[in-house]
Design a binder for this molecule. Structure first.
Ligand SMILES: NC(=O)c1ccc[n+]([C@@H]2O[C@H](COP(=O)([O-])OP(=O)(O)OC[C@H]3O[C@@H](n4cnc5c(N)ncnc54)[C@H](OP(=O)(O)O)[C@@H]3O)[C@@H](O)[C@H]2O)c1
Length: 295
């Protein structure tokens, strides 16, 4: 099997390179393929003729998307559309990564795949439209929605960091931190996500899948857990999302339930706290084999 990963130097792309067998993996960066270039998409995918394309590329600075809608729609909507058309031309499958933000957050409990999306920001609208284009064009698709990614490479689209690294960095210069309590998510380790995608994309069981680490918490609780696992005493103050005056609206509760993965017996994800511990070890914040953490 030949698996072509787009955005191979991104957070998820870097972890896909670790889990897909080397003899099956082809990693492409924006230098090899800009997904907003329709002709290039067709050319590159024809040239490699893969069995599966995994699209991790996104324009996902959520606030910037509000006033900067052109790149949001180019990368998040037209890009997946061009990829779906190219995949159809060579009869290969497309795994397209999407987001919890397609939901409005009003359900109050984890979303399953049959829940109706209601995106409420330009970023979310552009991602949902991308999903719809993929579904419309290509039967052999996997739409994989995830949330709150943390991986060792950090998120290129958000300045190369992630929430965990951001908290640790801020704690080194600020005596107290302020983190929001009124947005709930399922923090997800991108290495686990990559591993589950690698298995799913071989099944031929096409469709939409939620794929997150198990459980959910607020950003505030996520921050508390990071410092608990690190064994560090940091004062963290509760804040409301509105305190930060974000440009874009974000769902208040966008945890996901891996319902479709469970149905096919392929939910390989673990509780987010365990995934966080593995991440902290992998990133070198905790020694390898750390068993007796102050949890
Ligand atoms: N990060 C999160 O918390 C989160 C949450 C939910 C869903 N997701 C979704 O998960 C996916 C992966 O996220 P991530 O954290 O791995 O993002 P990332 O680190 O920003 O990686 C995205 C990759 O796509 C590349 N890219 C951007 N525009 C491109 C284009 N026009 N053509 C080709 N490649 C392009 C980037 O390269 P350059 O940086 O060099 O442009 C980068 O290598 C995205 O679809 C995102 O929407 C992420």
């Amino acid at each position: 099997m030949k698996i072509l990963v787009i955005g191979a130097d991104g957070q998820l792309g870097t972890d896909l390179a670790k889990v897909v067998p080397k003899n099956e993996f082809v990693g492409l960066t924006i230098k090899d393929i800009d997904i907003t270039d329709k002709a290039r998409c067709l050319h590159v995918i024809k040239q490699h003729s893969p069995d599966v394309v995994i699209n991790t590329a996104a324009y996902h600075h959520v606030d910037k998307c509000e006033d900067n809608e052109a790149p949001a729609f180019e990368v998040n909507t037209y890009g997946p559309k061009y990829l779906a058309q190219a995949c159809k031309a060579v009869d290969c499958a497309l795994v397209h990564i999407s987001t919890d933000y397609v939901f409005d957050g009003k359900k109050g409990k984890p979303y399953v795949e049959t829940d109706a999306p209601n995106p409420e920001s330009i970023y979310a609208i552009s991602k949902y439209a991308g999903e719809q284009c993929v579904k419309y064009i290509l039967d052999k698709h996997f739409i994989v929605r995830s949330t709150g990614l943390f991986g060792t490479a950090g998120c290129l689209g958000k300045g190369g960091g992630n929430f965990v690294e951001g908290m640790i960095k801020r704690s080194q210069t600020q005596p107290e931190l302020k983190v929001v309590t009124d947005e709930m998510l399922s923090p997800t380790y991108s290495l686990d996500l990559a591993g589950n995608i690698n298995e799913l994309c071989r099944t031929g069981k096409y469709g939409t899948y939620h794929m997150v680490s198990h459980g959910h918490c607020s950003w505030y609780e996520f921050a508390l857990e990071i410092f608990k696992q690190l064994g560090r005493q940091i004062k963290i103050n509760e804040a409301k999302a509105a305190d930060f005056k974000p440009q874009a609206r974000r769902p208040k509760f966008s945890a996901l339930d891996n319902a479709n993965l469970k149905k096919i017996g392929l939910d390989l994800m673990r509780p987010w706290q365990d995934a966080l511990k593995a991440y902290l070890i992998e990133k070198g914040h905790l020694p390898a084999g750390q068993a007796g953490l102050k949890t």
